[in-house]
Write a protein that binds this ligand. Structure first.
Ligand SMILES: [Fe+2]
Ligand SMILES: [Fe+2]
Length: 218
């Protein structure tokens, strides 16, 4: 227990919890192959980036607890791990839907698999008995206005996911839709002119700075 105490003192409770949760989530995401992500580890990379942005947006808007936003960002796409093996076999169809119709990922998943990753993730979150706000953020991060438990948290995860998929892309098959963006920003008291401020929150390097984000933002 001495080493645990030292770690807590050295890192601080917030960062310590963040590192522990990130490690646990990493082993879960690492079960996925190359279905959704264009390379091994891509889903975890996307999860960490989304978590970092969500935490910063929570601080900026003061609308939810930053560490909860970080955790929700980490977990938002857990349903993709469940569906990953099936998605890999449907690539030609997926590609056509994205190219020809600019379809949203959840629409294509439902068409191809009969289930989308937000529903799969929501079911998993219930099975794991996650708190309602986290379950809600996982289930409704593509349509935050349907969130029943904590709409601010779910909207923050949606925004972080959008920013990560649009401006930090390269590893991801998915591009989030930006429909209703103005209304969703307004629900957090943000205007469309503040969108650039949000873009500036995107970390340059996703994998060096769980630590950096705590140091500079607190
Ligand atoms: Fe998603
Ligand atoms: Fe995502």
């Amino acid at each position: 227990m001495v080493s645990l105490d030292h770690a807590l003192v050295f890192l601080g409770q917030d960062l310590f919890i963040k590192l522990v949760i990130s490690a646990a989530v990493q082993s879960y995401y690492n079960q996925s192959g190359n279905g959704y992500s264009l390379c091994k580890g891509g889903l975890y990379h996307h999860a960490i980036g989304t978590a970092m942005i969500a935490e910063k947006v929570a601080r900026l808007t003061n609308s939810t607890i930053p560490s909860i936003a970080y955790t929700a960002g980490l977990l938002h796409d857990i349903g993709k791990v469940v569906l990953d093996q099936y998605i890999a076999g449907a690539y030609p169809l997926l590609y056509r839907e994205f190219q020809e119709r600019s379809a949203e990922m959840i629409e294509v998943e439902t068409k191809v698999l009969g289930m989308d990753h937000t529903r799969a993730g929501g079911l998993l979150a219930e099975k794991w008995s996650l708190p309602d706000p986290l379950t809600d953020a996982i289930r409704f991060h593509h349509r935050p206005e349907e969130s029943r438990s904590d709409r601010s948290l779910t909207t923050i995860v949606y925004l972080a996911d959008l920013l990560m998929s649009r401006f930090h892309s390269g590893l991801e098959l998915e591009r989030m839709g930006a429909a209703k963006l103005a209304d969703r920003l307004a629900s957090l008291d943000l205007s469309t002119t503040q969108f650039q401020t949000l873009v500036d929150l995107i970390p340059k390097k996703v994998f060096e700075p769980a630590i950096e984000s705590v140091d500079t933002d607190q």
